[in-house]
Each structure stands twice: as C-alpha cells, then as structure tokens.
Design a protein around this ligand. Structure first.
Ligand SMILES: *[C@@H]1O[C@H](CO)[C@@H](O)[C@H](O)[C@H]1NC(C)=O
Ligand SMILES: *[C@@H]1O[C@H](CO)[C@@H](O)[C@H](O)[C@H]1NC(C)=O
Ligand SMILES: *[C@@H]1O[C@H](CO)[C@@H](O)[C@H](O)[C@H]1NC(C)=O
Ligand SMILES: *[C@@H]1O[C@H](CO)[C@@H](O)[C@H](O)[C@H]1NC(C)=O
Ligand SMILES: *[C@@H]1O[C@H](CO)[C@@H](O)[C@H](O)[C@H]1NC(C)=O
Ligand SMILES: *[C@@H]1O[C@H](CO)[C@@H](O)[C@H](O)[C@H]1NC(C)=O
Length: 242
C-alpha cells in the first residue's frame, strides 16, 4: 500500500512537471492582441519563446517574449545585454502580476547590487505591454537598436514571486535558469540576404534541451558555479534585503 502511494506521488510529481506549453512550438502560437511577427524561436530553456520582427532600415526590433513564471505569482523577464553576455549591463524588461494587475518594469542592471541599478534603459523602448494567459506571461516591446545591428545578446529568465513592495524575488539556480542566454541573430549572418519572412527559422533547439531538473536537487551543485556563470538575475537575490 505504501509502495502504491509512493508510485502515485511520483507519477503526480511527473505530471505536474509537464508544462502545458511544452508540446507547443512558437509557430503555433498567436496573440490575443492580434500582433504578428515575422520570426520566432523556441528558446532552449525555461519553456520560453521569442517572437520578433526586425526592421533593419530603422534598426527597430519588435518582440514578444512568452514564458510561464516559475510559480503562478512569479515574474518573467527578457533582456538585451549590449556589452556582455552576463547579467551585468542587461537592459531588462520584467513582468508580473502585482495586486492582480499585470505590470511591466524596466531595469538597467548596472551591477549585482540592485540599489545602484536604474530603471532607465540604454535603449529607447516603447509599446511596452504585458498579458497573462494560459499560465504564461507575455511581454511586448519595441526596441530601437544601434544602426546596422545584426545580432544582440539576449538573456531571459523566470522567477517565483514578487515582494509586497513589487520587487522580483530571486530565480532558481537550476541549469535551465543559468543557461538562459544566447545570441539572437536578427540579420542572417551568411548567404544571400532574403526577406525575413522567408528566412529559415532559427534552430529550434528547445525540444533537444535537457529535461528540467526538479528545483532543489541541483541547487547545491549549481551554487558552486554561480561565480562562473555570474548569471543575470542572481542579482535579484539582493532585492530581498532591501
Ligand atoms: C522599416 O522602417 C522603414 C522606416 O521607418 C519603413 O519605411 C519601412 O516600411 C519599414 N519596413 C517594414 C517591413 O515595415
Ligand atoms: C521602424 O519601423 C517600424 C515598422 O517596420 C515601426 O513600427 C517602428 O516604430 C519604426 N521605428 C522607429 C524608431 O520609428
Ligand atoms: C556599452 O558600452 C558603450 C561603449 O563603451 C557604453 O557607451 C554604454 O553605456 C554601455 N552600455 C551599458 C548598458 O553598459
Ligand atoms: C549596495 O549598494 C548600496 C549603495 O552603494 C550600499 O549601501 C549597500 O550596502 C550595497 N549592498 C550590498 C548587499 O552590497
Ligand atoms: C530616467 O528618465 C527620466 C525621464 O526621462 C529622467 O527624468 C530621469 O532623470 C532619469 N533617471 C536617471 C537616473 O537617469
Ligand atoms: C491558450 O491555449 C489554447 C489551447 O491550448 C490555445 O489554442 C491558445 O492559442 C493559447 N493562447 C495563447 C495566447 O497562447
């Protein structure tokens, strides 16, 4: 009997781990606000997706980032880091539900100590909005990039909760969280330039990504690596203190 119970608990746990978005790919997603984008990619970690349209003529990038927060009352974030691949310097859009209202904030993460970070980004961003549906949060935004930008360093993240003052609490340190960054190639790097609508989709490696590890089991190990990864949103840990 005890064994049966145990098996049941295991099965229940596995079931709960499967995110409703896991079987989706970005190409099947649509937005209730009717926004459409020329390109999309299944980000390789955190069940996250990025949709974008890049107009190279005016170097404007329109994005929609979708991810399920780590917990129902958590946050999601997407950033461009102009000078680095790490956390420091990330120009961040972060969204969550606050007192029942969907909220989006910008953070110019200038150091690991958030008290020295500001809210003004080094890019012009506009048309900021956020939506909550199907257990996921979407962030919409337009970015004015430097002229002739062909790729950007992107960083994305999800976290479990927000303080009563509206500060995001630190995210988990699982490999999924710590690896959630990469290059977003906006203009095809090689070969003839073809229109974005017909360009091949960026490699959707999401489904080859290692399965999410249950949070907790890998924390101790990963914490050792934090100094190496200097992950973007580790800084959010410091918020709790303030
Ligand atoms: C890109 O931006 C330029 C300048 O604003 C505009 O003329 C052009 O129509 C835009 N291209 C697309 C595909 O929207
Ligand atoms: C660039 O063009 C796009 C249309 O493709 C437009 O949505 C965007 O606002 C323009 N950017 C700027 C900075 O005017
Ligand atoms: C990135 O580097 C440029 C050139 O050094 C600098 O002007 C800019 O402020 C830096 N951006 C951030 C966010 O640190
Ligand atoms: C963060 O920076 C502020 C202002 O420089 C300082 O007072 C505070 O002690 C720092 N906090 C940490 C955790 O280093
Ligand atoms: C942020 O932007 C606002 C509005 O443009 C400006 O009033 C404020 O001084 C800026 N803050 C910093 C720290 O640059
Ligand atoms: C929500 O889920 C339904 C059913 O899976 C799907 O048809 C719909 O496109 C989803 N909506 C969004 C905004 O992802």
């Amino acid at each position: 009997m005890a064994r049966l119970c145990f098996t049941f608990v295991i099965i229940l746990a596995l079931t709960l781990m499967v995110s409703p978005t896991e079987s989706q790919t970005c190409t099947s997603q649509s937005f209730t606000n009717g926004k459409v984008f020329t390109d999309c990619t299944d980000l390789p970690y955190l069940n996250a997706y990025l949709h974008w349209t890049y107009n190279a003529t005016n170097s404007s990038l329109s994005i929609a980032y979708i991810a399920p927060p780590a917990m129902p009352d958590g946050w999601v974030a997407w950033a461009i880091n102009p000078n680095s691949t790490g956390m420091s310097g990330a120009q961040t859009l972060l969204a969550f539900k606050f007192n029942g209202v969907m909220t989006i904030k910008t953070y110019n993460i200038v150091s690991y100590n958030f008290t020295t970070s500001g809210f003004n980004l080094s890019y012009d961003v506009w048309d900021l909005s956020t939506e909550n549906s199907n257990g996921t949060i979407a962030i919409f935004a337009q970015w004015k990039l430097k002229e002739k930008t062909e790729k950007v360093n992107q960083v994305w993240q999800v976290g479990p909760s927000v303080t009563p003052q509206g500060w995001p609490m630190k995210h988990d340190f699982s490999p999924e969280n710590l690896n959630a960054y990469g290059t977003l190639q906006l203009v095809k790097a090689e070969g003839p330039v073809i229109s974005p609508a017909h360009a091949p989709q960026p490699v959707a490696s999401g489904h080859d990504a290692p399965a999410p590890t249950p949070s907790g089991s890998s924390r101790i190990k990963e914490r050792v690596n934090v100094g190496v990864f200097l992950n973007l949103f580790v800084i959010l840990a410091s918020l709790i203190a303030f």
